[in-house]
Design a protein around this ligand. Structure first.
Ligand code: PLP
Length: 445
């Protein structure tokens, strides 16, 4: 079926996710083709993809190895029941992921997205404590500005107010402060200040008591919140406190997983091992929907060792499309490439260029902070007090006109270019973004 540019009546039926649909209809942004690090529009424009889609296509678009793997799998087995039956590729993929994950994170549960991975991990944390004879450990601790997707668990633990406010009651969750500090503005890479922010956990425990807390869930680097990077000792401190108080630590690595920080996981970057790690996005290079929770040996073994007969389901949870054969094929082909040391080396070397290029925008009007780590970064735009997201949204629209796709979230412009881009591409992206910011500032007088 050929796609045509939708107009009038056709436009009425599609309800866009996480989008101001009213605004979209005023100036629809459509892409109809993608290759490498570019999107093409139906109008014939070719745009840099400065966020690897939604942080999910680090190998760029049109990766042959992945599409061939999917086609081959399609010709063999298009679907396998996910419950009581499985298929060989699911086991191979789990072995591959276990080999890449840090320490004893060796057991993999599949789902179809980062949101499902978050909720799966939270449910597993509760089930684990019940299996350990501590059923009262049910509450969760997240962090302000944290994003763990849109399901009920994720929005409860997540710390982005607008994502929660229209949904009424959520799960019992408490929040650590975010790790953005004024004194760290314009830090290059890891900021200096902020290890002490982990101690806020103790204040929460003083009121809630560790005996009620199942898990702390944080992103190693808060991506959607605007690439907020913690200081170097923060996560280590959080790990120590969780150990001292018998609380599970879950890293949401949906953005940081599989190379974004120049190491396979954010856990590797900070040398901190969580009890569970969630991932999605780059796992399949964004080509097939897939998420996963990787758990420690202790969690897996505790669940397997529960008393009960052989017919007992150890963890009553799963999705029709868990470990879908086509997603497994995409993930195998994607991870084969992402696991190449030379690719990680390339990310680390591009990160330096990226850091210099993004920080060159310091001093432009309206730019109030710039942050970066690995191949991820954000430019924080001074908010218009009446409309906190307006300026970033309008600058991102100007970037589109300058043929760069730039995502805004809150008052941040976020960047996570594909690992396959060149140094020149990075410079070109930020030169166009700088033009857009300057043009916007001029228009505002
Ligand atoms: N967790 C994090 C850290 C994310 O960045 C995202 C998405 O951006 C999610 C979870 C949700 O993933 P999905 O949109 O695949 O449900």
């Amino acid at each position: 079926m050929r796609s045509t540019v939708p107009t009038g009546e056709t436009m009425r039926h599609h309800w866009l996710a996480f989008t101001s649909n009213r605004r979209f209809h005023q100036a629809p942004k459509l892409v109809s083709k993608a290759e490498g690090i570019f999107y093409h529009t139906p109008q014939g424009h070719k745009l840099y993809d400065s966020l690897s889609g939604l942080w999910c296509t680090p190998l760029g678009h049109g990766n042959r190895q992945i599409s061939e793997a999917i086609s081959h799998q399609l010709s063999q087995l298009d679907y396998a029941p996910a419950f009581n039956v499985s298929h060989p590729l699911a086991f191979q993929l789990s072995e591959q992921i276990a080999g890449m994950a840090p320490g004893d994170l060796n057991h993999v549960l599949y789902c179809n997205s980062g949101s499902e991975a978050a909720d799966t991990a939270l449910k597993l944390a509760r089930a684990y404590w019940r299996a350990r004879g501590k059923p009262e450990k049910t509450k969760f601790i997240g962090r302000a500005k944290g994003y763990h997707g849109v399901n009920f668990g994720g929005i409860s633990v997540g710390g982005i107010g607008p994502n929660r406010k229209v949904y009424g009651q959520t799960l019992d969750a408490y929040h650590l402060p975010h790790t953005w500090l004024t004194e760290n503005r314009f830090s290059r890479g890891l900021p200096q200040e902020g290890d002490y922010l982990a101690d806020a956990l103790l204040q929460i425990l003083e009121v809630q008591d560790a005996s009620n807390i199942a898990a702390v869930m944080v992103e190693p680097m808060a991506g959607s919140g605007g690439v907020i990077v913690p200081s170097s000792g923060y996560l280590k401190r959080l790990r120590t406190l969780c150990d001292q108080h018998d609380i599970l630590l879950i890293f949401d690595e949906v953005i940081t997983g599989f190379g974004r920080m120049g190491t396979v996981f954010g856990a590797d970057y900070f040398a901190v091992q969580p009890d569970m790690l969630t991932c999605a996005k780059a796992l399949t290079n964004g080509i097939m929907p897939m998420g996963a929770v990787i758990t420690s040996r202790d969690i897996y073994q505790t669940m397997m060792d529960q008393p009960g007969d052989d017919f007992m389901i150890e963890f009553p949870h799963g999705y029709t499309y868990s470990a879908h054969p086509l997603a497994c094929a995409a993930a195998m082909a994607s991870l084969e490439q992402l696991n190449q040391p030379s690719l990680m080396e390339q990310v680390r070397s591009l990160s330096q260029v990226f850091e210099d290029a993004i920080h060159d925008l310091k001093g432009l009007p309206l730019v109030e902070d710039i942050r970066n780590i690995g191949l991820a970064g954000a430019i924080q735009i001074q908010s218009d007090p009446a409309h906190p997201t307006k300026r970033a949204s309008e600058i991102s629209a100007l970037c589109w006109d300058k043929e760069v796709y730039v995502r805004f979230g809150g008052n941040n412009l976020s960047f996570a270019p594909p690992f396959i881009c060149s140094k020149q591409d990075i410079h070109e992206i930020f030169s166009r973004v700088a033009d857009a910011i300057q043009q916007y500032a001029r228009q505002q007088g």
